[in-house]
Design a protein around this ligand. Structure first.
Ligand SMILES: Cc1cc2nc3c(=O)[nH]c(=O)nc-3n(C[C@H](O)[C@H](O)[C@H](O)COP(=O)(O)OP(=O)(O)OC[C@H]3O[C@@H](n4cnc5c(N)ncnc54)[C@H](O)[C@@H]3O)c2cc1C
Length: 392
């Protein structure tokens, strides 16, 4: 059942009214295609999301913001803002192929050859080909320019050797976009190239890493003579840093930061749990009052994130990039996700539910939100230097 706008999202915002025709159209579709609740088991959850992706794609609800020539609808970012709100209110799963849909797809549109666009964009949209991001290495995370994975041109193929790590859903992916060093002896951001590597081949070993949540969401990926056709370069050989910077703009500007509605839905569940626990005597009135005060502070932070996302959508609709504001949104989002995860689990604890539930899983999984897509410290550095003009 889709939740009411005002109760969950808060005050209406001028450019995205609750009676906007787009919302009505999507709500109608969602009422006919209501997704089942998400399974807790990771493999089942991934399959569930992949099925959902395909159901949406079949009816044109994936990649709305992609240009029509690439199978999207050229939707305004403001429409995209409403899309994420409606999906959250309907309890719809998050999109499964985000590395393809949000990162590589738009980067290919900006830098890819006509051949690569034709070959790969349709499979990203339909969900028939899954993607992962091969940037981080054991000694190259925040300092990505120190990466060492090599790509050597041998005849008509690139041969990749090295190791990537923290590769989200590497075990389910068909392809990885790999940032590697293709100019021998080059340093830092020079001499890098972004290659598209098929993962189902003898030169690739994918090894999942178990996380505190019990999931194996990310992997180590070992390249030992993996082969890539010469033309499968995103951008120009040696210009991989510029290509990666384009991709990061999409990452900071979109991935996860449209999450305010999903967070507000979660906060509503937290509030309900507190009310229930007080009503049944599991929580004293004094403790319930404390919990409500915390929930109010979380609500204000969700609204702060909502305003940042709204501003981002309006800027994008006006043809302007987010710039360093993307880092502010990223910072607010990452810290909020962790605090909300704790409140969610504690509210479940008030009801006496702890093990084997989404509450516990989400709390543990949320610890990573201030690390991936750039740590909170790195976002603070960017804000300090580029927004506040402080010295390095
Ligand atoms: C759940 C999850 C999914 C991920 N998925 C992917 C993926 O799909 N593909 C991929 O390529 N990567 C992925 N990553 C990796 C992620 O991008 C890196 O973890 C992140 O960039 C941090 O790098 P690091 O882990 O090497 O930590 P480090 O860079 O070693 O940082 C360690 C600590 O030092 C701090 N620090 C480092 N440099 C500075 C500085 N200059 N100033 C202040 N503090 C600093 C950091 O903030 C951090 O607290 C994922 C990570 C997580 C947690």
């Amino acid at each position: 059942m889709t939740l009411p706008h005002h109760d969950v999202l808060g005050p209406e915002l001028p450019a995205v009214p609750y009676d906007h025709p787009f919302r009505g159209k999507l709500r109608d579709w969602l009422s006919q295609n209501q997704p089942a609740p998400e399974p807790l088991d990771q493999d089942e959850r991934f399959q569930h999301r992949r099925d959902w992706h395909r159901t949406m794609a079949k009816d044109g609800w994936v990649g709305l913001h992609w240009p029509e020539q690439y199978g999207g609808q050229g939707a305004d970012p403001v429409v995209q803002f409403m899309y994420y709100e409606e999906m959250a209110l309907a309890g719809a799963p998050e999109p499964v192929n985000t590395p393809g849909l949000i990162l590589l797809g738009p980067t290919l549109m900006a830098h890819g050859s006509a051949m690569l666009k034709e070959r790969f964009l349709p499979g990203i949209l339909s969900g028939d080909e899954m993607w992962c991001q091969g940037f981080s290495e054991p000694n190259a995370g925040s300092d990505l320019a120190s990466l060492r994975t090599r790509g050597d041109l041998v005849g008509d193929e690139w041969v990749i050797s090295g190791q990537k790590t923290w590769t989200t859903f590497g075990q389910y992916a068909d392809y990885c976009f790999v940032l590697c060093r293709t100019q021998p002896g080059s340093e830092r951001h020079r001499g890098l190239t972004m290659l598209i590597c098929p993962l189902d081949q003898p030169g690739v070993t994918v090894r999942p890493i178990r996380q505190i949540s019990g999931d194996e969401e990310f992997c180590e990926v070992f390249f030992d003579g993996a082969r890539v056709p010469r033309e499968w370069v995103v951008g120009e050989p040696g210009q991989g840093w510029a290509t990666a910077m384009t991709l990061f703009q999409f990452e900071r500007g979109d991935q996860g930061y449209t999450d305010h509605a999903r967070m507000l839905v979660k906060l509503r569940d937290v509030e309900r749990s507190v009310n229930e626990a007080e009503a049944t005597g599991q929580l004293s009135p004094a403790r319930a009052a404390q919990a409500r005060a915390r929930n109010s502070r979380l609500w204000v932070r969700c609204q702060e994130l909502r305003q940042l996302n709204y501003r981002g959508a309006l800027l994008a609709a006006d043809g302007q990039g987010l710039g360093a504001i993307g880092s502010m949104t990223n910072l607010v989002w990452g810290e909020l996700e962790k605090d909300l995860g704790s409140a969610f689990a504690e509210a479940a604890g008030h009801r006496g539910v702890v093990e084997g539930r989404h509450d516990t899983h989400d709390r543990l999984a949320s610890r990573a939100s201030s690390i991936y897509s750039g740590t909170s410290e790195i976002q603070r550095n960017i804000i300090a230097e580029r927004l506040l003009g402080l010295p390095r």
